[in-house]
Design a protein. Structure first.
Length: 234
């Protein structure tokens, strides 16, 4: 509150105040919050996640992909939703014929561009990009990105839209044992399995698998997450 007295409408302060239960929680983190937050951490992001927080989502996604599509599957066209600095791209590098990335943070995209993995990198809101792109993919992946969305209606519909018939989506979410979704004190959203299944079915996505995993550490404690696999109706 003091921060907002000094700098009204500052997006990070507004979002974190909502995460602490002050006022009504938004259905998603604002674009301004996401951009400011990740731009600020871009330079040290990889070191912080991998070396300090034991971030495992890219490797978990590859493992789940091998189970869903067959071990060693290569030549895939992939969309990396919320690609950040390209950690998922690194993990998937040997499996693709082409991989495109989209993210809101220009500084994160600049780091991803230096890896020379992605065919294209687009600075855009995920849902806006999914609704507009003419490209269709065999696989859509999203590692620790949809946790900044509460409502998943638009993003699920968008994923279904850009998948080829029979295409696969693999993404991570933080686990919520209650109903629907909730904004946690971390500033991220957690989603119940019942909610995810309902929204995905409405979008025309068929559930193939879900596994409970440790996504990373936070203050030395494991953060429980779900790795989901869905397939577009063929």
């Amino acid at each position: 509150r003091r921060y907002l007295e000094i700098e009204p409408d500052e997006p990070e302060a507004l979002h974190m105040l909502a995460s602490l239960g002050v006022g009504e929680a938004p259905d998603r983190a604002s674009d301004d919050y996401v951009t400011a937050y990740f731009d600020r951490f871009a330079a040290d992001f990889d070191d912080m996640l991998v070396n300090q927080l034991e971030y495992r989502i890219p490797q978990l996604i590859v493992g789940v992909m091998d189970e869903a599509l067959g071990a060693g599957r290569t030549g895939l066209t992939i969309l990396d939703l919320g690609c950040g600095t390209g950690l998922c791209g690194v993990a998937l590098k040997g499996r693709v014929s082409a991989i495109d990335g989209v993210d809101l943070s220009p500084k994160m995209l600049a780091r991803a561009r230096k890896r020379r993995i992605y065919r294209t990198l687009v600075e855009a809101d995920l849902c806006t990009h999914l609704a507009a792109t003419p490209v269709r993919y065999e696989l859509v992946v999203s590692g620790d990105v949809l946790i900044y969305l509460g409502s998943l209606d638009d993003v699920m519909a968008g994923i279904a839209r850009v998948l080829q018939p029979g295409g696969t989506a693999i993404f991570s979410l933080e686990s919520h044992r209650g109903k629907g979704f909730r904004l946690t004190e971390s500033g991220r959203y957690a989603h119940s399995r019942a909610y995810v299944r309902k929204i995905a079915a409405t979008a025309g996505l068929i559930e193939r698998d879900v596994t409970r995993q440790t996504a990373r550490l936070e203050y030395g404690e494991p953060v429980a997450g779900d790795i989901w696999v869905f397939q577009r109706e063929g």
